[in-house]
Write a protein that binds this ligand. Sequence first.
Ligand SMILES: [Zn+2]
Length: 308
Amino acid sequence: MNWISDWALPKISGLFKREVPENLWHKCPACEQMIFRRDLEAALHVCPHCGHHMRISAVRRLECTLDPGFSRIELPRAPADPLRFRDQRRYTERLKEAQAKSAMDDAVAVAHGTIEGQRAVVAAMEFAFMGGSMGAGVGEAIVTAAKLAVLQDAPLIVFTASGGARMQEGAISLMQMPRTVIATRLVKEAGLPFIVVMCDPTTGGVTASFAMLGDIHIAEPGALIGFAGARVIEQTVREKLPEGFQRAEYLLEHGILDLVVKRSEMRATLARVIGLLRVPLVEAATAPAAEVPALPAPEEPTEQPAQA
Ligand SMILES: [Zn+2]
Protein backbone atom coordinates (compact mmCIF):
# COMPACT_ATOMS: atom_id res chain seq x y z
CA MET A 1 0.00 0.00 0.00
CA ASN A 2 2.55 2.58 0.99
CA TRP A 3 6.07 2.80 -0.42
CA ILE A 4 7.69 1.56 2.81
CA SER A 5 6.03 -1.87 2.81
CA ASP A 6 5.94 -2.24 -0.97
CA TRP A 7 9.34 -1.00 -1.94
CA ALA A 8 11.70 -0.10 0.91
CA LEU A 9 11.23 -3.15 3.16
CA PRO A 10 11.85 -5.77 0.46
CA LYS A 11 14.93 -3.82 -0.65
CA ILE A 12 16.29 -3.62 2.89
CA SER A 13 15.59 -7.26 3.68
CA GLY A 14 17.22 -8.15 0.35
CA LEU A 15 20.34 -6.30 1.43
CA PHE A 16 20.59 -8.14 4.72
CA LYS A 17 19.47 -11.53 3.52
CA ARG A 18 21.85 -14.15 4.84
CA GLU A 19 23.14 -16.42 2.17
CA VAL A 20 22.77 -20.08 3.08
CA PRO A 21 25.45 -22.14 1.33
CA GLU A 22 23.87 -24.77 -0.85
CA ASN A 23 26.52 -27.40 -0.28
CA LEU A 24 26.49 -27.53 3.51
CA TRP A 25 26.14 -31.31 3.49
CA HIS A 26 27.87 -33.91 1.43
CA LYS A 27 26.65 -37.42 0.76
CA CYS A 28 29.28 -40.16 0.98
CA PRO A 29 29.27 -42.02 -2.35
CA ALA A 30 30.12 -45.30 -0.59
CA CYS A 31 27.83 -45.49 2.48
CA GLU A 32 25.40 -42.71 1.45
CA GLN A 33 25.52 -41.08 4.90
CA MET A 34 25.28 -37.31 5.08
CA ILE A 35 28.40 -35.55 6.32
CA PHE A 36 28.66 -31.94 7.42
CA ARG A 37 30.99 -30.29 4.92
CA ARG A 38 33.17 -28.69 7.58
CA ASP A 39 33.70 -32.09 9.23
CA LEU A 40 34.53 -33.59 5.86
CA GLU A 41 37.07 -30.87 5.19
CA ALA A 42 38.64 -31.45 8.63
CA ALA A 43 38.79 -35.20 7.95
CA LEU A 44 40.68 -34.53 4.67
CA HIS A 45 37.66 -35.76 2.67
CA VAL A 46 37.62 -39.19 4.25
CA CYS A 47 34.15 -40.37 5.29
CA PRO A 48 33.97 -40.49 9.11
CA HIS A 49 31.35 -43.28 8.91
CA CYS A 50 32.90 -45.80 6.51
CA GLY A 51 36.45 -44.52 5.86
CA HIS A 52 35.86 -44.03 2.14
CA HIS A 53 38.62 -41.85 0.65
CA MET A 54 37.00 -39.30 -1.64
CA ARG A 55 38.90 -37.62 -4.43
CA ILE A 56 40.54 -34.32 -3.49
CA SER A 57 42.00 -31.55 -5.60
CA ALA A 58 45.68 -31.35 -6.43
CA VAL A 59 46.03 -28.08 -4.54
CA ARG A 60 44.38 -29.53 -1.41
CA ARG A 61 46.72 -32.51 -1.74
CA LEU A 62 49.75 -30.24 -1.68
CA GLU A 63 48.34 -28.39 1.33
CA CYS A 64 47.77 -31.54 3.37
CA THR A 65 51.11 -33.10 2.40
CA LEU A 66 53.64 -30.30 2.64
CA ASP A 67 54.43 -28.16 5.69
CA PRO A 68 53.00 -24.62 5.56
CA GLY A 69 55.11 -22.19 3.57
CA PHE A 70 55.70 -24.45 0.54
CA SER A 71 56.06 -22.85 -2.89
CA ARG A 72 54.12 -23.90 -5.94
CA ILE A 73 56.13 -23.54 -9.09
CA GLU A 74 54.99 -22.20 -12.41
CA LEU A 75 55.06 -24.89 -15.05
CA PRO A 76 56.24 -24.44 -18.62
CA ARG A 77 53.40 -24.13 -21.09
CA ALA A 78 52.99 -26.95 -23.55
CA PRO A 79 51.57 -26.28 -27.02
CA ALA A 80 47.79 -26.21 -26.65
CA ASP A 81 45.85 -28.32 -29.12
CA PRO A 82 48.73 -29.44 -31.37
CA LEU A 83 46.40 -31.57 -33.53
CA ARG A 84 43.57 -29.01 -33.72
CA PHE A 85 41.36 -31.77 -32.42
CA ARG A 86 37.63 -31.61 -32.44
CA ASP A 87 34.98 -34.18 -31.44
CA GLN A 88 31.58 -32.87 -30.38
CA ARG A 89 33.47 -29.79 -29.22
CA ARG A 90 36.85 -28.26 -29.84
CA TYR A 91 39.68 -29.46 -27.58
CA THR A 92 40.62 -25.82 -26.90
CA GLU A 93 37.10 -25.23 -25.57
CA ARG A 94 37.34 -28.24 -23.25
CA LEU A 95 40.75 -27.05 -22.07
CA LYS A 96 39.51 -23.55 -21.30
CA GLU A 97 36.52 -24.94 -19.42
CA ALA A 98 38.74 -27.23 -17.33
CA GLN A 99 41.18 -24.39 -16.65
CA ALA A 100 38.39 -22.09 -15.49
CA LYS A 101 36.85 -24.79 -13.28
CA SER A 102 40.07 -25.90 -11.59
CA ALA A 103 42.13 -22.67 -11.71
CA MET A 104 45.02 -24.74 -13.07
CA ASP A 105 46.77 -24.69 -16.47
CA ASP A 106 46.80 -28.47 -16.76
CA ALA A 107 46.21 -31.59 -14.70
CA VAL A 108 49.30 -31.39 -12.43
CA ALA A 109 50.38 -29.00 -9.66
CA VAL A 110 54.02 -29.02 -8.55
CA ALA A 111 55.45 -27.59 -5.35
CA HIS A 112 58.60 -27.80 -3.29
CA GLY A 113 58.96 -27.49 0.44
CA THR A 114 59.25 -29.79 3.42
CA ILE A 115 57.23 -32.72 4.81
CA GLU A 116 57.64 -32.75 8.59
CA GLY A 117 60.97 -31.06 8.06
CA GLN A 118 62.15 -33.36 5.23
CA ARG A 119 62.80 -31.57 1.94
CA ALA A 120 60.71 -32.79 -0.98
CA VAL A 121 59.37 -31.93 -4.41
CA VAL A 122 55.72 -32.96 -4.76
CA ALA A 123 53.67 -33.27 -7.94
CA ALA A 124 49.94 -33.86 -7.54
CA MET A 125 47.59 -34.81 -10.36
CA GLU A 126 44.14 -33.26 -10.63
CA PHE A 127 41.50 -35.78 -11.66
CA ALA A 128 38.89 -33.05 -12.08
CA PHE A 129 40.96 -31.61 -14.94
CA MET A 130 39.84 -33.72 -17.91
CA GLY A 131 40.12 -36.93 -15.89
CA GLY A 132 43.74 -36.21 -14.97
CA SER A 133 44.60 -37.27 -18.51
CA MET A 134 48.23 -37.08 -19.60
CA GLY A 135 48.88 -34.73 -22.47
CA ALA A 136 52.01 -32.74 -23.27
CA GLY A 137 51.28 -30.36 -20.37
CA VAL A 138 51.24 -33.17 -17.82
CA GLY A 139 54.39 -34.70 -19.32
CA GLU A 140 56.10 -31.32 -19.11
CA ALA A 141 55.04 -30.96 -15.47
CA ILE A 142 56.46 -34.35 -14.47
CA VAL A 143 59.74 -33.60 -16.30
CA THR A 144 59.93 -30.20 -14.57
CA ALA A 145 59.24 -31.75 -11.15
CA ALA A 146 61.98 -34.36 -11.73
CA LYS A 147 64.51 -31.70 -12.79
CA LEU A 148 63.61 -29.59 -9.77
CA ALA A 149 64.11 -32.58 -7.46
CA VAL A 150 67.59 -33.16 -8.92
CA LEU A 151 68.43 -29.46 -8.68
CA GLN A 152 67.33 -29.31 -5.06
CA ASP A 153 68.77 -32.69 -4.13
CA ALA A 154 65.32 -33.64 -2.80
CA PRO A 155 63.17 -36.75 -3.24
CA LEU A 156 60.35 -36.65 -5.80
CA ILE A 157 56.86 -37.61 -4.69
CA VAL A 158 54.08 -37.92 -7.24
CA PHE A 159 50.41 -38.31 -6.29
CA THR A 160 48.79 -39.93 -9.30
CA ALA A 161 45.11 -39.65 -10.25
CA SER A 162 44.47 -40.21 -13.90
CA GLY A 163 42.31 -41.92 -16.45
CA GLY A 164 45.35 -42.32 -18.72
CA ALA A 165 46.29 -40.74 -22.04
CA ARG A 166 44.63 -37.56 -23.28
CA MET A 167 42.75 -38.69 -26.36
CA GLN A 168 42.66 -35.21 -27.85
CA GLU A 169 46.44 -35.16 -28.17
CA GLY A 170 46.73 -38.55 -29.89
CA ALA A 171 50.30 -39.76 -30.40
CA ILE A 172 51.70 -36.71 -28.59
CA SER A 173 49.90 -37.93 -25.48
CA LEU A 174 51.46 -41.38 -25.87
CA MET A 175 54.92 -39.81 -26.20
CA GLN A 176 54.55 -38.54 -22.64
CA MET A 177 54.93 -42.13 -21.44
CA PRO A 178 58.63 -42.46 -22.45
CA ARG A 179 59.21 -38.79 -21.52
CA THR A 180 58.01 -39.28 -17.96
CA VAL A 181 59.94 -42.56 -17.71
CA ILE A 182 63.14 -40.69 -18.64
CA ALA A 183 62.25 -38.03 -16.07
CA THR A 184 62.09 -40.67 -13.32
CA ARG A 185 65.48 -41.97 -14.49
CA LEU A 186 66.97 -38.52 -13.89
CA VAL A 187 65.83 -38.69 -10.28
CA LYS A 188 67.16 -42.21 -9.78
CA GLU A 189 70.51 -41.47 -11.44
CA ALA A 190 70.94 -38.61 -8.97
CA GLY A 191 70.50 -41.16 -6.16
CA LEU A 192 67.25 -39.59 -5.00
CA PRO A 193 64.14 -41.47 -3.87
CA PHE A 194 61.15 -41.47 -6.21
CA ILE A 195 57.95 -42.19 -4.32
CA VAL A 196 54.61 -42.75 -6.03
CA VAL A 197 51.35 -42.36 -4.12
CA MET A 198 48.55 -43.86 -6.18
CA CYS A 199 45.20 -42.23 -5.59
CA ASP A 200 41.82 -43.13 -6.94
CA PRO A 201 41.95 -43.73 -9.90
CA THR A 202 45.37 -44.48 -11.39
CA THR A 203 44.85 -46.12 -14.75
CA GLY A 204 45.89 -46.30 -18.41
CA GLY A 205 49.03 -44.56 -19.67
CA VAL A 206 49.99 -43.21 -16.25
CA THR A 207 49.99 -46.73 -14.75
CA ALA A 208 51.84 -47.94 -17.84
CA SER A 209 54.62 -45.38 -17.42
CA PHE A 210 56.03 -43.45 -14.44
CA ALA A 211 53.46 -44.54 -11.83
CA MET A 212 54.86 -48.09 -11.72
CA LEU A 213 58.51 -47.04 -11.52
CA GLY A 214 58.68 -45.69 -7.98
CA ASP A 215 61.24 -46.88 -5.46
CA ILE A 216 58.33 -47.04 -3.04
CA HIS A 217 54.72 -47.58 -4.12
CA ILE A 218 52.08 -46.29 -1.75
CA ALA A 219 48.32 -46.16 -2.36
CA GLU A 220 45.31 -44.72 -0.61
CA PRO A 221 42.75 -47.26 0.69
CA GLY A 222 40.29 -48.44 -1.94
CA ALA A 223 42.06 -46.69 -4.83
CA LEU A 224 41.39 -48.15 -8.26
CA ILE A 225 44.73 -48.98 -9.86
CA GLY A 226 45.12 -50.76 -13.17
CA PHE A 227 45.78 -50.44 -16.87
CA ALA A 228 42.63 -51.53 -18.69
CA GLY A 229 39.19 -51.46 -17.08
CA ALA A 230 37.90 -54.59 -15.31
CA ARG A 231 35.03 -55.03 -17.79
CA VAL A 232 37.40 -55.01 -20.79
CA ILE A 233 39.62 -57.59 -19.10
CA GLU A 234 36.65 -59.79 -18.21
CA GLN A 235 35.45 -59.74 -21.81
CA THR A 236 38.94 -60.54 -23.10
CA VAL A 237 39.87 -63.37 -20.75
CA ARG A 238 36.25 -64.57 -20.39
CA GLU A 239 36.66 -65.17 -16.71
CA LYS A 240 35.02 -63.70 -13.65
CA LEU A 241 37.54 -61.46 -11.95
CA PRO A 242 38.18 -61.90 -8.22
CA GLU A 243 36.64 -59.71 -5.54
CA GLY A 244 38.48 -56.41 -5.05
CA PHE A 245 40.39 -56.79 -8.33
CA GLN A 246 42.42 -53.64 -9.19
CA ARG A 247 41.85 -52.16 -5.75
CA ALA A 248 44.75 -50.98 -3.57
CA GLU A 249 44.34 -53.74 -0.95
CA TYR A 250 44.31 -56.50 -3.63
CA LEU A 251 47.44 -55.05 -5.24
CA LEU A 252 49.19 -54.85 -1.87
CA GLU A 253 48.47 -58.55 -1.30
CA HIS A 254 49.85 -59.35 -4.77
CA GLY A 255 53.09 -57.39 -4.41
CA ILE A 256 52.43 -54.40 -6.67
CA LEU A 257 52.30 -52.00 -3.75
CA ASP A 258 54.52 -51.54 -0.71
CA LEU A 259 52.00 -49.80 1.52
CA VAL A 260 48.36 -48.81 1.70
CA VAL A 261 48.19 -45.70 3.85
CA LYS A 262 45.23 -43.73 5.17
CA ARG A 263 45.14 -40.09 4.11
CA SER A 264 45.41 -38.95 7.72
CA GLU A 265 48.68 -40.88 8.08
CA MET A 266 50.15 -40.04 4.67
CA ARG A 267 52.25 -37.06 5.73
CA ALA A 268 53.90 -38.86 8.64
CA THR A 269 54.47 -41.98 6.52
CA LEU A 270 56.10 -40.02 3.71
CA ALA A 271 58.33 -38.18 6.18
CA ARG A 272 59.34 -41.52 7.74
CA VAL A 273 60.06 -43.15 4.36
CA ILE A 274 62.12 -40.17 3.19
CA GLY A 275 63.98 -40.22 6.50
CA LEU A 276 64.80 -43.91 6.11
CA LEU A 277 65.96 -43.49 2.52
CA ARG A 278 67.83 -40.23 2.95
CA VAL A 279 69.55 -40.26 6.35
CA PRO A 280 72.35 -42.71 5.48
CA LEU A 281 73.17 -40.73 2.33
CA VAL A 282 73.20 -37.42 4.15
CA GLU A 283 75.36 -38.83 6.93
CA ALA A 284 77.83 -40.28 4.44
CA ALA A 285 78.07 -37.03 2.56
CA THR A 286 78.41 -34.70 5.53
CA ALA A 287 80.24 -36.83 8.09
CA PRO A 288 83.87 -35.96 7.19
CA ALA A 289 83.13 -32.24 7.02
CA ALA A 290 80.58 -31.77 9.78
CA GLU A 291 81.45 -34.30 12.45
CA VAL A 292 85.00 -33.16 13.04
CA PRO A 293 85.57 -34.41 16.61
CA ALA A 294 84.81 -38.07 15.89
CA LEU A 295 86.89 -38.55 12.77
CA PRO A 296 90.39 -36.98 12.93
CA ALA A 297 91.95 -39.65 15.19
CA PRO A 298 92.13 -42.49 12.64
CA GLU A 299 92.99 -40.10 9.81
CA GLU A 300 96.02 -38.45 11.40
CA PRO A 301 98.42 -41.41 11.27
CA THR A 302 97.79 -41.94 7.55
CA GLU A 303 98.48 -38.30 6.83
CA GLN A 304 101.74 -38.10 8.73
CA PRO A 305 103.81 -40.32 6.43
CA ALA A 306 102.60 -38.35 3.44
CA GLN A 307 103.79 -35.09 5.00
CA ALA A 308 107.12 -36.55 5.99
ZN1 LIG B 1 30.92 -43.28 3.91
